[in-house]
Ligand binder design. Structure first.
Ligand SMILES: Cc1ncc(C[n+]2csc(CCOP(=O)(O)OP(=O)(O)O)c2C)c(N)n1
Length: 390
């Protein structure tokens, strides 16, 4: 007995609660990454869906290869390839309705193209031509976000606003494992859970944030476990299993649409290529690791299942490859044309009302371009100001 109890002054009572505590058990993620392909669940998978996923995965892989080749030819400034991660990319696009919104990171070009954005316009930012090459409202795809995790609070804001307006809209936001260390990740998940916003957070855990491995990024049991701390369900899924990715994301979208609030989905996957064409991955990971992951390739896993069920014969496989080649040829041809750019465009769409500084800078650039055009025209040509007029 403690001294306080001996004096009779101590009554052990629990502290008053600010709000009822909830049981965390239903929020806990899957004990093992959820899988469909190669398990008995695969028998129930819709054949048309599996075929569609396959065609898109093959096209996606070809897109990655073509875009990477364009960086080597000097036609694209930078390309973060998602080879190995195609199942995450394609499933994310296919689970959304037209009225929903996708919030991609720089790596998520395949999801953007699968959602219907023009393949060349998708690359505008990575070409260095312009902030975004497509109208976000046309396909309800936010711009590719280079600052890590900033797309997440945007997704929450949009989804919350849509709900307040009574619009039936779900937002799916994509982020990498490294992005989960950002403050924006925390703020987005916290707001989403408190507001029960209709958002699905998809973390593609591809093992690395450039050269930083996950073990140096977090000590959490898994990234999906972080969901519990915010009060939303977490799901752990095999990110190379296209059927599992589609099922888990579709469930999360349905849950959000029905008013159940957000879900955090962690997809275990692997970035087979370097971070971008500017990175040398051999400096921080070994060939053996890459080879192990190639043995768990998303396209091969799906083809095995399609073949087992008699859904993929040689003719169909050839037709899928032909479509992918046609897309790559078109991408190549259009990316090989020099874009016609006007430097004065830089100042458009920065603010609704340009600031005095911006107007001053715009005038300065206009004068510089005019002077350059005049000197190129040579003395005595009387060409006037020349250059770009605004
Ligand atoms: C706010 C911010 N900090 C740092 C960077 C530089 N940076 C670019 S990519 C990257 C790694 C991101 O890794 P991860 O989130 O795992 O995504 P992945 O590239 O693997 O898809 C970093 C640190 C950035 N773009 N934005």
């Amino acid at each position: 007995m403690t001294v306080m109890e001996q004096r009779g002054a101590y009554r052990p009572t629990p502290p008053p609660a600010w709000q009822p505590r909830t049981d965390p058990a239903p929020l806990l993620p899957d004990a093992e990454p959820y899988r469909v392909l190669g398990t008995e669940r695969a028998d129930a998978a819709d054949p048309e869906l599996l075929r569609r996923l396959h065609a898109e995965l093959v096209k996606g892989r070809r897109y990655n290869a073509q875009a990477t080749a364009l960086t080597k030819q000097g036609r694209l400034a930078v390309y973060p390839s998602s080879t190995g991660q195609e199942a995450c990319e394609i499933a994310a696009a296919l689970v959304l309705e037209e009225r929903d919104w996708l919030f991609p990171s720089y790596r998520d070009t395949l999801a953007v193209v699968a959602r219907g954005v023009d393949p060349v316009e998708t690359l505008t930012l990575l070409r260095g031509d312009w902030h975004t090459g497509y109208d976000p409202h046309e396909h309800r795809v936010a711009p590719l976000s280079t600052p890590l995790a900033t797309q997440l609070p945007h997704a929450v804001g949009l989804a919350h606003a849509a709900r307040l307006k009574g619009d039936d809209v779900v937002a799916l936001a994509m982020v990498g494992d490294g992005g989960t260390s950002e403050g924006d990740f925390h703020e987005a998940l916290n707001f989403a859970a408190v507001w029960r916003a209709p958002v699905v957070f998809l973390v593609q855990n591809n093992g690395f944030a450039i050269s930083v491995p996950l073990a140096k990024q977090t000590a959490a049991p898994s990234l999906a476990h972080k969901a519990v701390g915010y009060g939303m369900p977490g799901r752990l899924v095999d990110g190379n299993d296209a059927a599992a990715m589609h099922e888990v994301l579709a469930d999360a979208v349905r849950h959000a649409r029905a008013g159940g609030g957000p879900t955090l989905v962690e997809a275990i996957t692997y970035r087979v290529e370097a971070h971008t064409n500017a990175d040398d991955a051999t400096r921080y990971r070994g060939d053996a690791e890459v080879e192990t992951w190639k043995g768990h390739d998303p396209v091969v896993l799906l083809e095995r299942e399609l073949t087992r069920r008699g859904l993929l014969d040689d003719d169909r496989a050839a037709a899928v490859r032909r479509d992918a080649e046609a897309m790559a040829a078109d991408l190549r041809a259009r990316m090989n044309r020099d874009p016609v750019l006007d430097p004065m465009d830089l100042f458009d769409h920065v603010y609704a009302e340009p600031t005095p500084q911006l107007l001053e800078q715009r005038e300065q650039l206009r004068a510089e371009l005019a002077a350059e055009a005049e000197s190129e025209a040579g003395p005595g040509t009387g060409s006037g100001a020349g250059g770009t007029q605004r």
